[in-house]
Design a protein around this ligand. Structure first.
Ligand SMILES: Cc1cc2nc3c(=O)[nH]c(=O)nc-3n(C[C@H](O)[C@H](O)[C@H](O)COP(=O)(O)OP(=O)(O)OC[C@H]3O[C@@H](n4cnc5c(N)ncnc54)[C@H](O)[C@@H]3O)c2cc1C
Length: 454
């Protein structure tokens, strides 16, 4: 065969190859040089090359599939190299350290304390607080971190959100300079872990006006009495922020209750069907004495507590994105591998319909949260901005995880495929940091001008 006919034959063959890939290849290598080399191949070498091109580098008959990636609109391209590096660092930590143990701890309802030092190395606590964070758009990065943590394990994301967001955030927004100096650096390094105690057995949504836990000043000590329910990390935390109503002024005050206080008891809540790795506690305070120096000095009323919740609510919306993304990616992977009727189930129209609805919801959620965080970084965030994202994302996540579970058939309810855990954990996201109803009322009031709160 002449060199000319060999080249012609190769060019003909190239009609079968992935033109997109070829285009990208031509940007990286000198194709004319390659053609010259091809022309010099002997028949045996050329036959080998032709065979390889026919199969596009894969095994014979194997269909090359697109990668599994829940970032359909490439939002990661909007990140700077430093921001992207942080995202990848967190993702790698979650894939390497957490994914292999997530189901085991979730099933046992235990917390993997051994991960705390490794997590501390990521240096991600309190990154949106002045003097700590070093990233541009720190609230966006906080959201992306929440999403990356939840993408593998919502429990770990919740543990982190309670510590770095709610507990550190209370000290950051409501503490004096001395209190900040005492607690924030050690909490930032995760040498000390925090919890946030607001909800009570008898009052959840109505905490703004209905706290039953009381505080009373006696000399230079406060005496706290009452119960708190659902308090994440509280069984082992070094400090629990307790919100209580002042018997004298009827206003809400915040306290730093240190580990080992004899008037403070935290009992682990058992038998949860969601976020089982998170150690939620029922706290009982009986004449729990706290020095005035451990009262959050810049908290005068519930309005200050609400500032903390407003700051952290955006990250909860991002958690919902992570939960949905983890479920979608696991389900998509499964449908490509699982075969029925001799074909991958991903090739069935009805399965693709589920997958498309999932990726559409996920993309809407991601895009919404991205803009939400931009508003927060531009200091334009309002309560209703955060509430709308929390409502929308927690609702859509429920839909995504249920479709993820559906396309996996029976395996969808087995922990080993991860999706079952996301289905359960989506229920907790739906209720905490303001239920769907409460956040809807906040948005409703903003858009209509009428408060429908009872
Ligand atoms: C896993 C998990 C972790 C948590 N972690 C913490 C934590 O670390 N710290 C903490 O302080 N709290 C925590 N919480 C508590 C959480 O914030 C509350 O569960 C939440 O605020 C809802 O309160 P509730 O459960 O008492 O429900 P309720 O307030 O009793 O609400 C019950 C239902 O009534 C609806 N409802 C209530 N009021 C209205 C109204 N005015 N109009 C219409 N509908 C209404 C609610 O939307 C809901 O559907 C956690 C909760 C969970 C599930």
């Amino acid at each position: 065969m002449s060199i000319f006919s060999k080249i012609k034959q190769t060019i003909n063959l190239m009609k079968d190859v992935d033109l997109d890939a070829l285009g990208k290849l031509s940007q990286k290598v000198d194709l004319s040089e390659i053609m010259k080399t091809v022309g010099e191949l002997d028949d045996r070498q050329l036959a080998g090359l032709m065979k390889m091109l026919k199969h596009k580098g894969g095994k014979k008959g194997q269909h090359k599939l697109p990668p599994i990636d829940g970032d359909f609109y490439d939002l990661s391209l909007k990140l700077s190299p430093e921001q992207r590096e942080l995202q990848i660092k967190v993702r790698n930590f979650m894939e390497e350290e957490i994914r292999p143990i997530a189901n085991k701890y979730w099933n046992k309802a235990e917390f993997p304390f051994e991960i705390i030092p490794k997590m501390a190395e990521l240096d991600i606590c309190g990154i949106s607080y002045e003097g700590i964070g070093k990233y541009e758009q720190p609230f966006l990065m906080e959201g992306i971190i929440a999403m990356e943590l939840a993408r593998v394990d919502v429990s770990i994301s919740t543990f982190f959100g309670v510590h770095s967001g709610l507990a550190m955030g209370s000290i950051y927004l409501c503490g004096s300079e001395e209190q900040k100096q005492e607690w924030l650096p050690k909490m930032q390094r995760m040498e000390l872990i925090g919890a946030f105690g607001l909800t009570e057995p008898e009052v959840g949504s109505g905490v703004a006006g209905g706290l039953g836990t009381t505080c009373r000043l006696e000399g230079d000590e406060w005496v706290l009495n009452g119960q708190k329910k659902w308090i994440g990390n509280a069984t082992f935390a070094d400090v629990v922020i307790i919100w209580a109503r002042d018997e004298a002024s009827d206003q809400v005050k915040g306290f730093l209750v240190r580990k080992g206080n004899p008037g403070f008891k935290a009992e682990k809540m058992e038998d949860k069907m969601a976020l089982r790795t998170v150690q939620n506690a029922l706290i009982t305070m009986t004449d729990c004495r706290v020095p005035e120096s451990d009262r959050l000095q810049k908290c005068d009323s519930f309005k200050d507590t609400a500032k903390v919740l407003k700051m952290t609510r955006a990250a909860v919306a991002w958690q919902a994105v992570g939960c949905a993304r983890g479920a979608y990616e696991s389900a998509l992977k499964y449908t490509k591998k699982r075969e029925q009727f001799g074909k991958p189930i991903a090739s069935f129209q009805l399965i693709q319909n589920h997958l498309v609805e999932m990726v559409a919801n996920l993309t809407a959620m991601q895009t919404m949260c991205f803009r939400l965080s931009e508003l927060q970084d531009e200091k334009l965030l309002t309560d209703e901005h955060a509430s709308l994202a929390k409502v929308f994302c927690s609702m859509r996540t429920r839909d995504v995880v249920s479709r993820a579970r559906e396309v996996m058939g029976g395996n969808g309810i087995l922990l080993e495929h991860d999706v079952a855990r996301f289905v359960a954990d989506a229920e907790a996201i739906y209720s905490y940091e303001g239920t769907k109803e409460i956040n809807s009322l906040i948005v409703g009031r903003a858009i209509t001008g009428y408060s429908a709160f009872v």
